[in-house]
Design a protein around this ligand. Structure first.
Ligand code: SAH
Ligand code: SF4
Ligand code: F3S
Length: 498
């Protein structure tokens, strides 16, 4: 162990801030950072908002070290932040690794390739990566993702040692079985200047039988409310107008903290921050969704009138096998309660088709719930067997063609409901937060993208999470504007700025 490592602070975040400096020093000493020259990095993120949030932290740390971001994988440091929730997420990662390995070999042998995220919490995947892709330099998991600077420092040292003794192995593999602490106050590079994701808790204790998340993200841990409030205040001061509070099961927020706090109380506290215009959150579980939460959503204008309430299945029998702890009737009752308290609320959901043992009758129960709730939109997934989860051992897996047929029927029902809901707002004027340049354009229709003068097609988001496309100038991005909703096309509107 060298003196730098021996002298490293024990506590976080001081330790990682120290390694950020030490990485920078090595890169300067080795001529990789010098006047007018900076190494480049590229991060590809798979999976959910949690992973995207983690990637913003990696970007913040790498930029503090001295790396600059590039769009593609022709970079000095390429990092893949992986997801394993369904099989296709993992397959895509392997495709990318093959591709980047080729770039490293042919164009940039000193490239650093890192793999992190949920897939790396699975020992079999780590073993496969190490065996089949010897060009990978850094592997770490979700529980020690805050350590990226320390791991990079170790790799840089190993590479120096190898320069003297070529037989040395340099790869750094550090995956922890359990989470340790929540590390606050490391650098972050937010992707957007006007909206940001904010973690309020990590992990999940629910153990739905199909889901791998509790195994790869560990037990539930909440951030202290003062740390969350401080982060949101800083974000608002830097121009952020909308925050998305992130947790696998936000209803459990606060459990285990030494303070009198609940998710609803947290929403109330954050709504008091002046300058913050919108608060969204993902994801509440239907089981412990409190009246207090419905009340705060009704009372506080800042809290968006949108509830993403994962159903998974409409069959009480399957819900039991999924370990979801609610029945079809309880779910419908909850939706009624929410809708009668907040009549204009948008309700969206996640549904799995083809869970083991799903009969035609079970599936029809799902369609029935969809029609009764009339979702504004739904993420629909084909069940994917995840090794290590209880459902992977269930014997009555459903044949692929039956699943596909049901999946298409579900899409039709969801789309009918969402179009019918969306059409109700036609002709009204709504406030949208302008997010990007862009137009729908993917449904084969001719779309006008150039307007009068400097006007182009813009995309904004309504309070209820639906998108609106309208003509305006690019300087409106990040601003709230009023738009008249003129036409509705399934999941989005065409509108006119008023
Ligand atoms: N914590 C959230 C969502 C986590 S994962 C919740 O409880 O709702 C996001 C969605 O992926 C889940 O809601 C579920 O619909 C889907 N999903 C999870 N595991 C899956 C699997 N094995 N096969 C198909 N879809 C799955
Ligand atoms: Fe997975 Fe269920 Fe936890 Fe959501 S609540 S992350 S679906 S185990
Ligand atoms: Fe995927 Fe991990 Fe999120 S498995 S869905 S990236 S928590």
């Amino acid at each position: 162990m060298n003196d730098v490592i021996l002298n490293a602070p024990v506590n976080e975040p001081e330790r990682q801030l120290y390694f950020i400096d030490e990485c920078r020093k090595i890169l300067i000493e080795d001529g990789i950072i010098k006047d007018g020259k900076a190494p480049t990095y590229h991060i590809t993120t798979f999976g959910c908002q949690m992973n995207f949030r983690d990637s913003e932290k990696f970007a913040g740390i790498l930029e503090k070290i001295g790396y600059i971001s590039v769009e593609d994988e022709k970079a000095d440091f390429v990092l893949y932040n992986t997801c394993t929730v369904r099989e296709n997420a993992s397959t895509r990662v392997y495709g990318r690794i093959g591709y980047v390995g080729k770039i490293k070999k042919e164009q940039n042998p000193s490239m650093i390739i890192g793999i992190c995220g949920c897939m790396m919490q699975e020992p079999d995947e780590v073993a496969k990566m190490r065996k089949s892709y010897s060009f990978i330099d850094i592997i770490f998991g979700t529980h020690n993702s805050y350590m990226i600077a320390e791991l990079l420092y170790t790799l840089l040292l190993n590479r120096r040692a190898k320069a003297k003794k070529p037989t040395l192995k340099t790869a750094v593999v550090d995956v922890r079985k359990d989470p340790c602490c929540i590390v606050e106050d490391l650098p972050v590079k937010y992707d957007s200047g006007f909206k940001a994701g904010v973690n309020i808790m990590y992990g999940c204790d629910k153990f739905c039988t199909f889901c791998i998340v509790p195994y790869v993200r560990g037990r539930e841990r909440s951030r202290k409310s003062c740390d969350i409030v401080r982060e949101v205040e800083q974000l608002v001061a830097s121009g952020i107008k909308e925050v998305m509070l992130l947790g696998q099961n936000v209803n459990s927020y606060g459990k285990g903290l030494d303070e009198d706090i609940s998710f609803a109380k947290l929403l109330d506290k954050l709504s008091d921050i002046s300058g913050l215009k919108r608060i969204r959150f993902m994801t509440p579980h239907p089981v412990d969704l409190s009246d207090e939460l419905i009340d705060v959503m009704k009372r506080r204008k800042t809290v968006c009138k949108h509830m993403h309430l994962p159903l998974q299945s409409g069959s009480t029998k399957l819900l039991k096998r999924m370990n979801r702890h609610y029945t079809k009737e309880e779910y419908l009752k909850l939706v009624d309660k929410i809708k009668s308290a907040i009549p204009d609320i948008a309700i969206t959901t996640d549904i799995i088709v083809g869970f083991p043992g799903e009969t035609e009758e079970d599936f029809e129960e799902t369609l029935d719930v969809c029609k009764k709730v009339s979702y504004d939109s739904a993420f629909t997934f084909i069940y994917s067997k995840r090794t290590g989860t209880p459902a992977a051992k269930f014997e009555d897996q459903i044949p692929e063609d039956t699943v596909k047929e049901r999946f298409n029927r579900l899409l039709n029902v969801v789309s009918e409901c969402s179009s019918a809901n969306a059409s109700r707002l036609i002709g009204t004027v709504r406030e949208v937060l302008v997010e990007t340049l862009g137009h729908p354009g993917n449904d084969g229709e001719e779309v006008q993208t150039q307007g009068i003068g400097d006007e182009v097609m813009l995309t904004g988001r309504l309070d209820n999470n639906l998108l609106v496309h309208f003509m305006g100038t690019p300087d409106l991005i990040g601003e709230f504007v009023n738009v008249k909703l003129e036409e509705c096309k399934d999941f989005y509107y065409m509108g006119k700025r008023i």
